[in-house]
Design a protein around this ligand. Structure first.
Ligand SMILES: Cc1cc2nc3c(=O)[nH]c(=O)nc-3n(C[C@H](O)[C@H](O)[C@H](O)COP(=O)(O)O)c2cc1C
Length: 430
């Protein structure tokens, strides 16, 4: 009689098996839609979206954008609802954008959360459009850990497990997608092992381990001594183990998967500047960026225009992808809109690109018609009126003020997508 194969947790109908995959890591800012599409184009098997905090996605409206064929989850920031004069255009913020066709069965949504109820509420909004929900339990930045999210969850394993169990029960089963978690290493191998044993018993289908401890800086070399053990514990439970940290190409990823007996590998920093790192050797390997960065950048521009990506994000990514020593780099930094950058990069002759850039600039309202000085003056004037209104509220104690609010930090380079002044539940109030 044939011996039974290794144990494997079943992969839900609308989910994906992470085994054998080389995937794009979740990256705030660097993991927006055009970056994910470019990674897929160059051969990434799956893509993780940027961490999005539960409270940021809760309250968004889902719409199909007829111009771009993308699904957008958007809403007005609370500050604009309270005080529309801050931005008379009342433009909604797109919190999350998905390409339903190109990302079908290949997109994992990563959530930032420290509350099982909010996690489920947030996951329900996107669950039908993605192949999996991943919980971020590895972000060491204060904006995340201060709310008990990210790497802080490594210190509250019972809370982390209760978040995962609730997601498995109420999202995984309901929408037939996988639930997974991304962690960092703990200092002691036995502590990491105890944590991983708890996590794999929650019903998750995958676990990513970033092979650095919480205090380690991104530039410090990863430590892989615990990796084989983490892989073994996952395998015993039938959960796929994805390794992460200092992986720079598909070829290297496949070698490391074999060496450490894990199931998959995830690439972040290298993919930020060189999305062609996912390309199989047979198709030219990862070196396109080094010799032909302009081909990669042209492809990126095509996608950014196609999905009408936020201009600030496009510029940020161009800054990563165009080598600093190139004269094009300096020219790009001076651009104020898509038409500018097409010209600065000498892409006017690429068919249709300049026309498309003008259309997208018009739709996005860039460059802004109002000068910075005039906007600053108008916003200051509008803000000056707010305290007077607050005073008025104080004198009317019977009005409804049940929703607590927190002032969230301004998103920095790798701060997760959050909105200023979003409503907070009691558990997350500060
Ligand atoms: C710009 C940037 C943004 C990141 N954002 C996230 C995030 O949203 N969620 C997350 O779990 N990790 C995030 N990370 C960490 C990466 O996913 C990854 O774990 C880390 O960079 C190690 O992989 P690497 O050595 O390939 O860079 C981010 C990293 C970078 C560089």
């Amino acid at each position: 009689m044939a011996s039974p194969g290794p144990k494997r947790v079943p992969i839900p109908k609308n989910g994906v098996d992470y085994r054998g995959k080389v995937v794009l890591a979740p990256m705030v800012r660097s993991g927006e839609l055009p970056s994910r599409l470019l990674a897929l184009k160059y051969g990434a098997d799956l893509v993780w979206g940027p961490e999005t905090i539960d409270r940021a996605i809760i309250g968004t409206t889902r719409r199909l954008n007829p111009n771009t064929f993308t699904i957008e989850f958007s809403r007005l920031p609370t500050s604009k609802i309270q005080n529309p004069t801050l931005d008379p255009s009342n433009r909604e913020s797109v919190i999350y954008r998905i390409h339903p066709e190109l990302e079908h069965k290949r997109l994992i949504y990563q959530i930032g959360t420290a509350n099982p109820g909010l996690a489920v509420q947030a996951a329900k909004i996107v669950a039908a459009d993605v192949a999996g929900i991943d919980v971020n339990a590895g972000c060491p930045k204060p904006f995340s850990t201060a709310g008990g999210m990210g790497a802080a969850l490594l210190k509250t394993p019972d809370l982390l497990c209760s978040i995962l169990r609730k997601l498995v029960e109420e999202i995984g089963k309901e929408y037939e997608i996988g639930i997974s978690v991304k962690i960092r290493l703990l200092e002691k191998s036995e502590d990491t092992e105890a944590l991983v044993r708890k996590l794999v018993a929650t019903g998750i289908t995958g676990l990513t381990v970033h092979c650095r401890t919480t205090p380690m800086r991104p530039r410090e070399r990863v430590i892989r001594q615990q990796l084989r053990m983490v892989g073994d514990v996952c395998r015993e439970a039938g959960v796929a183990c994805i390794m992460n940290g200092d992986v720079t190409s598909r070829t290297e990823a496949l070698q490391l998967i074999k060496e450490y007996n894990v199931d998959a590998a995830m690439i972040a920093t290298e993919a930020e500047k060189n999305p062609s790192c996912f390309r199989p050797d047979a198709e030219g390997g990862p070196d396109e960026w080094k010799s032909m960065w302009k081909t990669v950048v042209t492809e990126y521009m095509r996608l950014a225009l196609q999905v009408e990506n936020r201009w600030g994000n496009t510029k940020y990514l161009l800054n990563q992808m165009i080598p600093g020593k190139e004269t094009y780099h300096a020219a790009m930094t001076r651009c104020k809109c898509y038409a500018d950058v097409i010209k600065a990069l000498d892409l006017q002759d690429v068919e249709g690109m300049m026309d498309q850039a003008r259309v997208v600039d018009e739709r996005l309202g860039i460059p802004p018609k109002e000068s910075r000085a005039s906007k600053r003056a108008r916003v200051n004037e509008a803000k000056a009126e707010v305290p007077a209104k607050k005073e008025k509220h104080k004198s009317q104690p019977n009005e409804q003020h049940s929703v607590k609010r927190v002032k969230l930090p301004e998103p920095s380079t790798d701060a997760p997508i959050i909105l200023q002044d979003v409503p907070a539940t009691a558990a997350l109030s500060v």
